[in-house]
Design a protein around this ligand. Structure first.
Ligand code: OXD
Ligand code: MN
Length: 585
């Protein structure tokens, strides 16, 4: 097969000349193609069939133990001007980047098949969607991209119609972290990734295209590419409101996107619909509202902690046609991970294929994942295919903070909302290599994903506020506050519905709140706690702010903002001053 698009055809020829594959396969996205690739992978031992009775069509893939998470220190933005990448990115001059990485690509596909994977991010007929082509020597990438994107003939047809596509070149190389790089060339709409087969490094449609290059394109074109879930909430009157929420990796985005309301809410007729769990492309509409699409077609979710009690919707969608990466398996070949059952079953095999016993560390890798089609989700809504996207009523930012940040707070203006997003901090998780549990700044949950200078990114957010007049309200939440004994104070999961209800009330001009220096806080009894057993004292603490701690937080934020020098928007400095003054008075 080949293509009518000359640029694509000559790029494929050029890449083949560099990487020297044995074969070239153009992916059509068909069922037959999927079956053939899976059969070959099973034969080669890189996919292990799971229990056909309990998990039909499900497979386990085990990664190289050194390749189980995103590697932020090996990820680069190669813009022409270093300041355009900003202090939030590793930078290399584009020429140097190409030379360095092309040397690693030379001959790397010898003995392998080179797959050409056309894909579309977003509903195939949506004007907001964008296409790309990933060239990869990994069949694991092909079967994952088939779930995570609209992949194959339809995407190629759109590329041939429009003539525009993002180029993504990927090879697992020799999997050595010494020869692993994930490079982005935003001015050339090009990605080059070598040495890793891990989702965020290798499924180039996801973080590399939809966020790093996407955010760059969004700035140029007047929209937003964000690390956000999109959830629809229907009240008993049948009115549906959509909320987009940004949380750092592995902080519960999938759980919030698939939330099951508490019984008292379900009885009254509240319903939740999932549009996306990780990425939102948000465009201003003619009516001044913001409309969001989920550029992805599937979920690449964190397995540990997913259980009947925490996210039954996610658990139920994993019973068929799912790919599991780095989970443990039971004696009868069912997938298992920490948190799935109260105690570990006898005779587990761990994520590295070794016999597992209690005390030997986790059986599943803490960043083990599932890949599954969005259509298998019990709360799936056809609104996820809406070409124009869904209108947003609220934007929510959040992080994982043991202390300081209250359960929920509403910004007093768009600029203050941008300030809230820009000053998000969160404890690190296993989704990236490095220490876990260390508080770091993660503005808009985009620290690993913003493809350009955060200073310019915040200015872009502020400019959206100036240009459009029917914008969602902005909130900050923290589900993770702990008491003195180290216990989580808020039940989380389905009970987060109670906070969403208050948020939607505020959007409708209702809901009790008090104005504080850091924004509007719910009054102690403004959030419905019926059936939770939470005391007024706990709610008071969850909704309180301590001035001394906040003053020192403001110092930390100032220090962080100073890193962005002249690119720092003055509006955010003014917000900082205003809040500091209010805290002092
Ligand atoms: C992800 C991540 O995989 O954020 O979604 O790391
Ligand atoms: Mn993510």
């Amino acid at each position: 097969m080949t293509t009518k698009n000359k640029a694509l055809e000559s790029w494929v020829t050029e890449v083949a000349a560099l990487t020297k594959p044995d074969k070239i396969h153009w992916c059509d996205g068909s069922e037959t193609e999927k079956k053939t690739i899976i059969t070959e992978m099973v034969k080669a031992g890189s996919l292990i069939p799971l229990n056909e009775q309990s998990h039909p069509g499900c497979y386990l893939h085990r990664s190289d133990p050194s390749d189980v998470a995103r590697t932020e220190h090996l990820t680069f933005v190669c813009s022409k001007n270093k300041d355009d990448a900003g202090p939030n990115n590793n930078w290399l001059d584009p020429k140097e980047g190409h030379t360095k990485i092309d040397a690693l690509f030379a001959g790397c596909m010898k003995g392998r098949t080179m797959y050409v994977i056309p894909y579309c991010m977003g509903p195939i007929d949506s004007p907001l969607a964008r296409c790309g082509v990933e060239i990869s020597d990994s069949p694991y990438v092909v079967i994952n991209m088939r779930i995570m994107t609209r992949m194959g003939n339809q995407a190629l047809a759109r590329i041939e119609r429009e003539g525009i596509f993002v180029k993504g070149l990927h090879s697992t190389g020799d999997l050595s972290p010494e020869r692993r790089f994930i490079m982005h060339f935003p001015e050339e709409l090009t990605i080059k990734s070598i040495g890793s087969g891990y989702g965020g490094n290798a499924l180039l449609g996801k973080k590399c295209h939809a966020l790093r290059l996407g955010s760059w394109q969004a700035k140029t074109e007047g929209w937003l590419a964000e690390h956000m879930l999109i959830v629809g909430i229907e009240n008993p009157q049948g009115e549906r409101h959509y909320v987009a929420a940004a949380f750092p990796s592995a902080c519960g985005k999938t759980n919030l996107a698939m939330l099951i309301p508490p019984q008292v809410y379900r009885e009254k007729g509240w319903k939740v619909f999932t549009v996306g769990d990780d990425i939102a492309w948000i465009h201003p509409g003619k009516d001044g509202r913001l409309y969001a699409i989920n550029p992805e077609a599937g979920y690449f979710g964190v397995a540990p902690g997913t259980a009947a009690g925490t996210n039954p919707t996610a658990l139920n969608m994993l019973n068929k046609d799912a790919i599991f990466t780095n989970v443990a398996v039971t004696k009868d070949m069912q997938p298992w991970w920490e948190g799935l059952t109260k105690s570990a079953p006898e005779g587990l095999t761990d994520w590295q294929g070794r016999h597992w016993e209690a005390g030997k560390g986790p059986a599943a890798h803490p960043n083990s994942r599932f890949t599954v089609s969005a259509k298998q989700c019990g709360s799936y809504t056809p609104a996820a295919e809406e070409p124009a996207g869904v209108p947003l009523s609220a934007i929510v930012f959040g992080g994982r903070r043991k202390e300081l940040a209250p359960l929920v707070v509403e910004s007093v203006s768009w600029a203050h909302g941008v300030f809230m997003g820009a000053s998000v901090a969160s404890e690190t998780t296993a989704a990236a290599t490095g220490a876990v549990g260390v508080v770091r700044r993660d503005p808009m949950a985009m620290q690993p994903f913003c493809g350009y200078n955060f200073g310019d990114y915040w200015s872009h957010w502020l400019s959206i506020g100036k240009k459009h007049n029917n914008l969602p309200k902005i909130f900050h939440v923290n589900w993770f506050r702990q008491d003195k004994a180290g216990k989580f104070m808020w039940p989380g999961f389905g009970d987060n519905m109670r906070v969403l209800e208050w948020i939607l009330k505020r959007c409708a001009g209702k809901g009790e709140a008090v104005r504080t220096p850091i924004g509007y806080l719910p009054t102690t009894d403004a959030i419905n706690t019926d059936g939770t057993g939470l005391t007024t004292e706990t709610m008071r603490e969850l909704l309180s702010i301590e001035a001394p701690a906040w003053k020192s937080e403001m110092n930390g934020i100032k220090e962080y903002f100073d890193k962005f020098g002249t690119r720092m928007p003055t509006e955010l400095i003014s917000e900082h001053k205003r809040i500091t003054n209010e805290l002092n008075s």
